[in-house]
Structures are given as structure tokens and as C-alpha cells.
Design a protein around this ligand. Structure first.
Ligand code: 5AD
Ligand code: SF4
Length: 450
């Protein structure tokens, strides 16, 4: 079969969207490595192209069709036997429609079935001369895909290694497609996570980034009836030979006191909390079905800061949700000023097919959304700049994770997730060094490593 182990094959995977997709792409590569695939940097010479897509906003989804257009040009003139796959949330949401719109696509699958990649590839491969077979696999299997997954986690992809611990979402925020594309909320079993963490550490990981759409909703069966809470899991992971632990993304509704306290008690847990509020208006939060008020959100922030005063807060915001008034938007600006974010993402509301918000009345004009986004982003930028500025002259711990841009330049992350750049050499990679901050920029720090 085409998957035979003797013929070398090249694989180009492009990830869009969140870190969950990045993680899935790493796993896809690992599944295919035993079949003699190795990754290449561009689509030009690839035997297999996988676009691992994001459906969260219309723009993200449309990007895939432009990319497919570009690939079509290469595909026509170069390797006719290149297989093209669309994976991820657009695959899950649009299925056959993708092949209808872009017939060069051979295979469509979603985040829940990628463990079946070798079989799927075998199914679309045909004898020379026969027309291409197409396959759409967007089932929701009732097996644990992580148990089924072949491939080793033992080659180091990054000093800061991603580890997905929870998938899917049951929160059904009215604007969001995730519950429909990633399925119901599931927590991976604790023993599976501990094993994967050990493999990543053995490969050389110094930092674990625990991932989940609602990572702090994780709870896992350990053995018998014994359950671990998410802070339990963090504590157990911190006993391994790892320098740093982070988690992303959390939901305010699952922010327990125990988790907040972990930022004080567990030294390896980094002082960084990504806690999206989406809007500062209680009316909008209710319409979004977020399940908390702005006051409740503020109490979480205040309390976490009691446990860990230096914690960097990050968040997500949506502007221009249906019915959002100037007053609602001002409430969002008010909460940004009150929290003082170290960093935050903000987006214009994007109407997504199948979501309750897409059916609401009072959709906001595009130009109003753009104006609001600009105002919000300017404010957040100012806060990030101030946050970064406050480090100038200080000595901080930086985990050096990769070469920087330019000769003899290195780059790493502070405990607060800021990018820190400095002069240095490859021997620094994987170490936590003391760095004296000499300069701050909008989105990074410059320093001298000692
Ligand atoms: N429109 C705009 N932003 C969205 N997000 C999720 N769905 C939408 C949407 N329909 C944003 C939220 C979420 C982040 C991952 O993407 O802020 O936290
Ligand atoms: Fe989407 Fe809301 Fe679930 Fe986050 S909590 S993934 S925004 S439905």
C-alpha cells in the first residue's frame, strides 16, 4: 500500500487558530512519522498537504479557501499525485461542502477523527490511472482517540510543550461554534496525561502548557472512584522534572478557590492567567450565555491577586455583539481599565452559522464594530506597553526557548509570558537564565543574560 514504510514522503501541515490545533498538528505528524512521512516547510514539494483549520470567525474559515486557491496553482503545475486534506474545525463544520467548493481536496476530517489518518489515507489512495477517491470523515467516534493514537511523543517539538488535557465545550456561549465542532466537554484521564507529560519531559521539555477549550473544567478519574481536580493534576505534574507549568484557556465559571490558591502554593505554576470575560456589560454577558456577571469576574481577579499579587492577567473580548450599545461598550472599556490587563485578544463579533447569536436581531454595523475594536485595542496596547515598561531595570527569570532573529540572538519567555530577546548562543536553549531588562517594546522586552 501507499503507506508502505520504505518510500519516503513529505508532509506539509499548516495550523490555523488556537493552540489546540497546533497540538493536533504535532500529533498528526507523529502519527504519520512511522509511515515514513517527514515534515517540510512549504506545500510546493509535499506528497501530503494538511490544512488544520479554524472555524471560530468567518475570516478564519475563509482563509482556507484562499489557501486552497494558492495550492491549486502549485498542484496543477507540479505534483499531480499530491493529496490534499482539510482537517480541524472547518472540516468538521463544512464536511462535503469543502470538496464541492474546492474539488482539489481529497480528504476532509475533523478534530475528533484524526487518529484514523493512516486508514483514511489508505482509503483515498487509488491505483494509477483511476480517478481519485474522496473521503469525508466527520463522525463523532465513541472511542478515546488518544488511546487509539499511534506515534511517539518522544521527539522534542518545543522547549515549551503543548499538552492537551481537555477537549470540547458544553458551555454553549451564544456566539461560539466550538461546542458544535469540537464536541462535548471531555477530560483526558489523569494517567494518560501523566504519561504524556513524562514522555515530553524525557524528550527535553522544560515547560508544559496544559491546553483545553475550558482547561480549568478538567476533572479526571484516577483509579476506582477517586477523582482528581484540576489543581490536583497541576500539583502532581509539578512533582515531575519540569521547570514551569501553564494552562490555557480558563472559563470564569470553573475558576475555583483551590485553583486560584495554586498560584500561591505551586511554585512551578507560572503567574499568568488567561481568563476571557468577552464583555464588561452584564446585559451582553447574559445574552452571550456566559454564566457570570462582571462583578463575579472582578471578584475572581481580586482574589487571585491576593494569592499571587504579581499575576499577569490576560483575556479575550468581543466587540459588536448583537444589541451592544455605546453604554455596553463603555462598560467593556471600564473593566479593561479596572483589571489592567498585561495582554489581551480582542475581536469583532462574527456571526457563525448554527449559533443562537446569529439569529438575534440588532446586528451591529461593521463600521461601528471596527471603531469599537480600534478604541479597545488602543487601550489594551497602552496597558501592555505599561506592563512591559514596569520591568525595565529589573532582573527576571527567562526560559530560553529558541534562537532569535539575527546572528547570535536568542529568545525566551518571562514568567508572565512576555517575549524576551537578548544576545547569546544555542547553549542557552532550555535554560532558565537571569536576564536584566534594558528596554521594553510594545510586545516584548530586551535584556542582557547573566
Ligand atoms: N466572533 C468573534 N469572536 C469570537 N470568539 C469566539 N467566537 C467568536 C465569534 N463568533 C472569540 C472569543 C473566544 C476566542 C477564542 O475567540 O473571544 O474567547
Ligand atoms: Fe466557545 Fe464559550 Fe465554550 Fe469558550 S466557553 S469554547 S467561547 S462556547
Amino acid at each position: 500500500m501507499e503507506n508502505s514504510k520504505d518510500k519516503k514522503k513529505s508532509l506539509f501541515i499548516k495550523s490555523y487558530g488556537c493552540q489546540m490545533n497546533e497540538y493536533d498538528s504535532e500529533r498528526m505528524l507523529e502519527i504519520l512519522e512511522p509511515f515514513n512521512y517527514s515534515s517540510v516547510a512549504g506545500p510546493e514539494d509535499a506528497d501530503l498537504i494538511i490544512l488544520n483549520t479554524c472555524h471560530i470567525r468567518e475570516k478564519a474559515a475563509e482563509k482556507i479557501y484562499s489557501e486552497l486557491g494558492r495550492i491549486k496553482k502549485i498542484y496543477r503545475t507540479k505534483k499531480r499525485d499530491t493529496k490534499i486534506a482539510v482537517a480541524g474545525c472547518v472540516g468538521q463544520a463544512e464536511g462535503q461542502e469543502i470538496i464541492n467548493r474546492s474539488p482539489i481536496v481529497d480528504l476532509v476530517f475533523g478534530p475528533l477523527t484524526y487518529h484514523q489518518l493512516p486508514e483514511m489515507l489508505e482509503n483515498i489512495n487509488t491505483e494509477k490511472g483511476l480517478p481519485n477517491k474522496k473521503l469525508v470523515n466527520i463522525d463523532v467516534p465513541d472511542v478515546d482517540k488518544f488511546n487509539e493514537m499511534k506515534g511517539s511523543r518522544k521527539s522534542l517539538r518545543s522547549i515549551s510543550s503543548l499538552l492537551s488535557i481537555q477537549e470540547g465545550c458544553d458551555k454553549f456561549c451564544s456566539f461560539c461554534v466550538v461546542p458544535y465542532t469540537r464536541g462535548v466537554e471531555i477530560s483526558r484521564p489523569a494517567n494518560q496525561i501523566m504519561k504524556e507529560a513524562s514522555e515530553l519531559i524525557e524528550a527535553g521539555a522544560k515547560e508544559l502548557i496544559l491546553l483545553g477549550q475550558n482547561v480549568n473544567a478538567w476533572n479526571g478519574r484516577v483509579s476506582g472512584n477517586k477523582n482528581w481536580s484540576f489543581p490536583n493534576l497541576i500539583r502532581e505534574l509539578s512533582k515531575l522534572d519540569i521547570a514551569r507549568i501553564r494552562y490555557i484557556t480558563s472559563h470564569p465559571r470553573d475558576m475555583t478557590d483551590e485553583l486560584m490558591r495554586s498560584h500561591q502554593d505551586v511554585e512551578k505554576l507560572q503567574p499568568y492567567l488567561h481568563l476571557p470575560i468577552q464583555s464588561g456589560s452584564n446585559k451582553v454577558l447574559k445574552e452571550m450565555n456566559r454564566g457570570y456577571t462582571f462583578g463575579e469576574y472582578m471578584r475572581i481577579i481580586d482574589k487571585t491577586r491576593v494569592y499571587r499579587p504579581d499575576i499577569a492577567i490576560s483575556g479575550d473580548f468581543i466587540v459588536g455583539f448583537p444589541g451592544e450599545t455605546d453604554k455596553d461598550f463603555n462598560d467593556t472599556l471600564k473593566i479593561v481599565k479596572e483589571v489592567k490587563y498585561a495582554h489581551a485578544y480582542s475581536f469583532k463579533y462574527s456571526s457563525r452559522p448554527g449559533t443562537p447569536a446569529s439569529l438575534m436581531e440588532n446586528h451591529i454595523e461593521e463600521n461601528v464594530k471596527s471603531e469599537r475594536l480600534k478604541i479597545l485595542q488602543d487601550l489594551i496596547k497602552e496597558q501592555t506597553r505599561d506592563f512591559n515598561k514596569s520591568f525595565v531595570g529589573k532582573e527576571i527569570d527567562v526560559l530560553i526557548d529558541k534562537p532569535g532573529k539575527g546572528e547570535n540572538r536568542m529568545s525566551g519567555r518571562s514568567a508572565y509570558l512576555q517575549s524576551v530577546h537578548m544576545d547569546g548562543g544555542a547553549s542557552m536553549i532550555g535554560k532558565i537564565l537571569k536576564v536584566k531588562v534594558t528596554k521594553s517594546r510594545d510586545n516584548s522586552l530586551e535584556g542582557i543574560a547573566s
